[in-house]
Ligand binder design. Structure first.
Ligand code: NAP
Length: 294
């Protein structure tokens, strides 16, 4: 039986650890961490994500500010809002919920966020610091994966890690983190993408397989080496009439057959997904305690 890497449980543990630290800070008369989230427009999914982030702040005892802007807000006005939050000494962390409306440049907005407050870890400065293995805010999904590997004491040194997908938010940072001289890390990394030849053969040599391809149940048992550690980042809604809400969630990995061959695996749901909010809270705490930029 493989170890099921439980992101829901781990995320709850991290939140409790953060809540305990906030209690200590409050007891010592220190500054309560404060996260500001900017939400543009009325996209249902974005509202749900931001709502969950605000609720998580309440749970751990952080202060939070939610700035809601209309769908048709100008790029200039959004940049100004970011600047105001940048300059507000009471706010430790700033996130701008993505996606943004088409008339607004994500690059411009990201570049405007002060690296010291960039708790999403998206600014070039913080991505660069991650690549250099300097203290930084690691982006939510890579942070979640690293933390799961750590807490489940997965050996990574000298292992062959294959990453499927090279997105800026998951695959690329994971390949950097797994190759750095640290724990987790010290793996020999192969980063694959849509132009990769012989993908199946490469994947079959993975001791650690990180899948962020965005294709439902793409990885099947015949692609996976016996005893591999499998991290499934994918998340897809599949219609399912037997469910109350009419759908179920599946990953990029065919869980039932791949889990039978793996030594450890993240389920979907309940694997990587729940870790993302914990990471945001953790980065905000790092910022409030000046651990990244002293
Ligand atoms: P993405 O930006 O769509 O990137 C997908 C990557 O897969 C690209 O690099 C692409 O290659 C590669 N790819 C596509 N087809 C391929 C093929 N046939 N063979 C090999 N590589 C192929 O995806 P993402 O944003 O990283 O997200 C991936 C999945 O994770 C999605 O299901 C997403 O919903 C999920 N996700 C989950 C979380 C979470 O918290 N659980 C967070 C983020 C994302 P090219 O670069 O060559 O196009």
């Amino acid at each position: 039986m493989p170890t099921i890497i439980d992101g829901k449980k781990t995320s709850a543990e991290i939140k409790n650890e953060i809540a305990a630290r906030v209690k200590e800070i409050k007891a010592a008369g220190g500054k309560v961490p404060h996260l500001a989230a900017v939400l543009v427009g009325n996209d249902g999914a974005s509202q749900t994500y931001v709502g969950a982030k605000v609720k998580a702040c309440e749970f751990v005892g952080f202060e939070s500010t939610l700035v809601k802007l209309e769908d048709n807000v100008s790029e200039e006005a959004l940049l100004k809002t970011v600047e105001e939050i940048n300059e507000n000494p009471d706010i430790d962390g700033l996130i701008v919920q993505l996606p943004l409306p088409k008339h607004i440049s994500v690059e411009k907005v990201t570049a405007k966020i002060k690296p010291e407050k960039d708790v999403d870890g998206f600014t070039p400065a913080n991505v660069g610091r991650m690549a250099l293995n300097w203290p930084t805010y690691v982006a939510a999904t890579p942070y979640g994966i690293v933390e799961l590997l750590k807490r489940y004491e997965i050996e990574t040194s000298g292992k062959h890690c294959v990453v499927i997908g090279r997105s800026h938010i998951v695959g690329s940072p994971m390949s950097i983190l797994m190759a750095r001289n640290d724990y987790p890390g010290n793996s020999t990394v192969t980063l694959t993408h849509s132009r990769t030849k012989n993908l199946k053969e490469i994947v079959k040599t993975a001791d650690i397989l990180i899948v962020a391809i965005g294709k439902p149940e793409f990885v099947t048992a015949d692609m996976v080496k016996e005893g591999a550690v499998v991290i499934d980042v994918g998340i897809h809604r599949i219609e399912d009439a037997s469910k109350k809400n009419g759908f179920r969630l599946i990953g990029d990995v065919k869980f039932d057959e791949v889990s039978a061959k793996s030594s450890a695996i993240t389920p979907v749901p309940g694997g990587v997904g729940p870790m993302t909010i914990a990471s945001l809270l953790y980065n905000t705490l790092l910022s409030a305690e000046r651990k990244v930029y002293p």
